[in-house]
Design a protein around this ligand. Structure first.
Ligand SMILES: Nc1ncnc2c1ncn2[C@@H]1O[C@H](COP(=O)(O)OP(=O)(O)OP(=O)(O)O)[C@@H](O)[C@H]1O
Length: 273
């Protein structure tokens, strides 16, 4: 049986005790299918990063169940089922670009020859073949983020966990990186759980956008961007951002975020009543 990439059931995360208690996540249920791109969006402090960290086995839920490809988060980490990319690229400044990308492979004892081939493939995938010998401080922010994505993909994970990976980039670079990520996901077939503060970014990238409430973080709604006929199922071309359906989806996510009535959306378009 094919397991979903992520299954979260009734997850709660409480930090601290007594007057200092923080209910970060409350009764969260979420399934991310194999190969699906799901974004988490919500106000600051609503628990997006906490949820991602639980999936990545960087933190443990107070209660509830969580599985990654049918395994515990810990087992999935040990089996290198996922790659992680955060807002700060987290590259090691003293290693070259190639040296950074190959690091996970080296740590897992992959032979020099296989590492060399895999790094060449990955750098080609992210368009940085000419920069293998450069150091991170010789690259722009967008290029550094592409190196981080290449590193996250090094072990061919079936799942990518991304926490605002483009948050520190300027708007032009950010859109370019979104286009790149779409292409990389199409080529690798990886599922993605993606945290962002940007509604257009979430709509452009995702199959589904999960909207969370202010603390304690709960899921208040899910916009099924592709299934609701807002953005054509396979259209993630750069031009999709100018389609009417794209704006409808953005409007729907925004109204869920702000708790205002959503415009009625049908498969045929906006219901203007
Ligand atoms: N280790 C911790 N100890 C105590 N409180 C924590 C810890 N980690 C997170 N929190 C609290 O849990 C809540 C959720 O934090 P989290 O970082 O998940 O939010 P977020 O939605 O990712 O926020 P942002 O959009 O600002 O990055 C916040 O109130 C935060 O202060």
């Amino acid at each position: 049986m094919n397991h979903p990439a992520i299954e979260v059931r009734g997850v709660n995360r409480v930090f601290g005790k007594g007057r200092k208690q923080v209910d970060a996540l409350s009764d969260v249920d979420l399934t991310v299918a194999d190969g699906e791109f799901v974004s988490l969006i919500g106000p600051s402090g609503c628990g997006k990063s906490t949820l991602l960290r639980l999936v990545a086995d960087l933190d443990v839920a107070t209660s509830g169940e969580l599985a990654v490809f049918g395994k515990s988060a810990r087992q999935a980490r040990l089996d290198q089922e996922y790659g992680i990319a955060f807002q700060q690229s987290g590259l090691l400044p003293w290693r070259t670009v190639a040296g950074n990308v190959e690091l996970p492979l080296k740590l897992h004892g992959v032979s020099t020859e296989i590492r060399r081939r895999r790094v060449a493939e990955l750098l080609e995938l992210v368009g940085l073949s000419d920069f293998a010998k450069s150091h991170p401080d010789q690259l722009s922010g967008g290029m550094q983020q592409r190196v981080a994505i290449a590193r996250a993909l090094a072990e061919s994970p079936r799942l990518l966990l991304m926490d605002e990976p483009f948050g520190a980039l300027d708007e032009i670079t950010r859109e370019r990186m979104q286009n790149e990520l779409v292409r990389i996901c199409a080529e690798t077939g990886a599922a993605v759980l993606f945290v962002t503060h940007s509604i257009p970014e979430a709509v452009f990238l995702s199959d589904r956008v999960v909207v969370m409430s202010p603390r304690p973080g709960r899921i208040t709604g899910i916009v099924d961007v592709r299934a609701d006929g807002m953005v054509a199922a396979h259209d993630r071309s750069a031009g999709a951002r100018d389609e009417e359906g794209f704006f409808r989806a953005v409007g729907e996510v925004r109204s869920l975020l702000h708790g205002t009535p959503a415009p009625a959306v049908t498969a045929r378009g906006v219901d203007s009543r």
